[in-house]
Structures are given as C-alpha cells and as structure tokens.
Design a protein around this ligand. Structure first.
Ligand SMILES: [Zn+2]
Length: 232
C-alpha cells in the first residue's frame, strides 16, 4: 500500500465515524424492507387498491417510530456518557493522585514501561486531566459523541426515502406485475444501501451487498408468504 493510499484510508476512517451517517443507512434499509414487505403482503393478498394508502401510512408510521426509537436509544447513550463524565470530574477532584496512578496503569497495560507511562500520564494530566481520562479510560471521543436529535432526524428522513422506493414500484405496475416491481425496486434500493455501507465501513463490496440483499429478501419473502396465506 502506498503512503497516499494509507493517508486516504485514514481520511476515510475519520469520515465513517459520524453516527448519523450510519443511522441514515440503517434507516433507509429499514424503510425499504418494511414498506416493501407491507406492500407485497397487501398485493399478494389481492388488495391492490389499498396499496397507495397503505404505502403512505407505512412511510408515516415507520419514520415516526424510527425517530422516536433512535432518539431514545441515542439519548440513553448520551445520558450514560454524561454521568460517566461527571463521575470522572468528581474522582479527579477527590483523589487526583489515585487518578494519576490509574492513568499510569492504563498506559502500562497498553505496553509502555512504568517510567514512560508515568511520564505520559503526568504530561497529559497537566495538560487536560479530564480529557485524558475520558479518552483513555472511558473511550469517549468527540467524533462519535452521541447526538440524539441529529440521529433521530437522519433516521426518520432516510426511512421515508427508503420506504418511498418500493411504493413507486407498487404505483407504476399493472395488477399482475405489482409484486415483481415492488421486489425489484426494493432490491435496487437495498443494493444501493449495501454499496454505501460497504464504502462507509470499508468492508468487502460483494459480501456486504449480498448480506443486505439476502437479509432483505428473506424479510420480504416471509411477509409475501403471510399475504398469500391471508388471500387463500
Ligand atoms: Zn479516571
């Protein structure tokens, strides 16, 4: 690997840390699979005239529930980070010597000699003791700081975008081709989110795309099966 490629990889690495981007890809995937499943179920049950209303209701309900769910989960992560931070502030105020020793031992465990670990811990404590503890003891970092509102908005919008794709398929086809078009549009959408997430995660393209397609396909097949059973 050339030095430029290494730099480029690092650049890429930093970009992929943003939580809202990951939430957006997940939201789009969810929207694609859940709305496609809903629409396939309805089409397979022979209720073709319900498709537009059901599709829109699926978009509205799904993106609201995504936003709420994401907000609650990211907010509880933020609460944990805040209380850890406060605990660390208290510890540093009550027992600075013990905290310095704790930091020294962390660096020793990572492979530094006792002498070097003491030097590093002393220097970082003088500079900004709280940041050193948050980063090296608790693993907090500014780049993956929990941002509940941003995550909620990103996942709601991306869910709505994802869920719109199979609905387009449902609206353009004739009665006999609707299921095929819903599946086709959903698969195209899943292919795109798979490609994006493989880029974000730096994971192998084909493996990631196949995983997303197969996972989504199973979800849709199960609901289509239920719809067909209801029809019978
Ligand atoms: Zn500490």
């Amino acid at each position: 690997m050339s030095i430029e490629a290494v730099y480029q990889r690092n650049e890429h690495h930093r970009g992929s840390k943003s939580g809202w981007l990951r939430a957006a890809v997940l939201g789009a995937n969810d929207g694609l699979v859940s709305n496609a499943s809903l629409l396939i179920g309805i089409a397979a049950a022979g209720r073709v005239s319900f498709l537009p209303v059901a599709g829109l209701a699926g978009i509205a309900a799904g993106s609201m529930s995504m936003a709420v769910g994401e907000y609650i989960s990211v907010q509880s992560q933020a609460d944990i980070e805040a209380s850890d931070r406060q605990m660390e502030i208290d510890h540093l105020a009550i027992d600075p010597i013990g905290e310095l020793e704790e930091l020294t031992q962390i660096y020793q465990e990572r492979g530094l000699s006792r002498e070097l670990a003491e030097q590093v811990a002393n220097t970082l404590t003088e500079k900004d003791a709280l940041s050193a503890h948050l980063r090296d003891e608790l693993g907090h970092s500014e780049t993956n700081k929990a941002q509940p509102a941003l995550a909620a908005v990103a996942s709601a919008i991306s869910f709505a975008l994802g869920a719109t794709v199979p609905l387009i398929g449902a609206l353009i086809g004739g009665t006999s081709t609707k299921v095929t078009l819903i599946v086709l549009f959903a698969m195209l959408g899943l292919f795109s989110t798979g490609a994006i997430s493989s880029r974000l995660a730096g994971s192998p393209f084909i493996k990631t795309v196949l995983r997303v397609l197969i996972g989504g396909g199973i979800g849709m097949a199960i609901t289509a099966g239920i719809g067909a059973l209801v029809h019978i």
